[in-house]
Ligand binder design. Sequence first.
Ligand code: SF4
Length: 470
Amino acid sequence: MKYIYQITMDKIKFCILDVYPNDNFRICKDTAGGYGTGNNFGNSILSKILNVFTATQIHQPTMGVGYLLSILKNEVSEVQYTNDASSKMVQDADFVVLNSSIVAHETELKALEYLNEINKKTFVIGIFSSIKKEEYLKSNSILIEGEAEKFFNETKLNIENLNKLFNSGDKIIKAGFVENLDSLPFPDWVAYTKIRKLKNNFLNFDNRTAIPILATRGCPYSCFHYCTYPLQQGRKVRARTPENIVSEIQHWCTHFKNPKFIFRDPVFSINRKHTVALCNLLIEKKIKVDFLVETHLKNLDDELIKLLKDAGLKLVYVGVESKHTDVLADINRATVTQDTQYETIKKLEEKNIHVKSMFMIGNPEDDENKVKETIDYSRYLRNTLAQFSVFTPYPGTPLFKSYENILTSTKYEDYNQYNLVFKHKHLNASKITKLKNLAYSKFYLRINSTKLVYFYVRNFLLNLFATQNK
Ligand code: SF4
């Protein structure tokens, strides 16, 4: 008689916990180099409408979550994702992975306290926990410094190894950066969209799945004094091969109906040769997709604009920040001349590549008049969309030291890039709110462009129709 012994091994259960405060505007942890931002455009009627619009029509999680959903789902482990610390998924997990940020900092600490109380072994990931280590380190937590996907992708995941880590007393794992980005699996957005839809309905205001994707990581530019991207990704640019990126795009085209792509690179087209190769490959393979990028105006020339258009670029975010050169020089922001800004934006818009120009108000050298002139300048540029955020000194950046003694808020969730959080020479919080209201109403209620009015009305109706027919 034959006996068949079947050994069944339970999989290790991971749960990614991603908590958010309850605000009535959109909070995203992926922006501002993983510190996150909150889109609180002000308190006028238009600003409130825009708050609701972005909160309901744009949603992208952190890229790290997408990668971990993929890496932690394998023959030895399974993974779930939740926004609720008290959920059964958390209760049942062997290990929790808590995603940190500045915009949800206090809410995350509360969740961590709870995880500590229920004795749940917790990995804390994300750049902000590396900046505020002492606050995220609890008796049951281990903090991963650097890119968590590197640690989980390169570590042999078995319960003994992981338990050993928690018993070792080492509280910090220095993961570093992923050198070869092609070595990572594609993020698992199919798993994510079972929980929440990936949306970016500003891209032609339509309702298709918006896939976040990365071509490069890292930014070497001089604005690292105030910017958090170099903290999260380093100042050296790392790029995936064009073949690997295109293969991911093809992968998502088979899983979602006609998706659009949101490139999350800090500065797309920072390496011209790489961008040209990527666009050529998309064109050569006849892959027809729409995509959105964020870049610096100095990285766009006529030839590249044409190539990007042919490859499917529909919307580009560019940082203009301020009209005033002294304001920009003070924060080490390199820029192109105003003539070049105007001409490049005009060329993009003429090719039907919509431009969202991004401005910062409340910069250290701003005063009310300078901000108003910057708002007028945003109208002069005549691009389709604009964003006005508030200068924020971030813990961890070189510039933060000069602000430590003049901070007006000790609550980090206020550091969402839409609040004034330090004592400004010429402005205060209520003035900033009024200037935000003014900026959004002056920009979005301009009727000096029939093309623009057509764009807003057509796309608003299309979106409404798509939503009703979902
Ligand atoms: S260009 Fe400047 S603001 Fe943009 S990601 Fe690089 S350092 Fe940050």
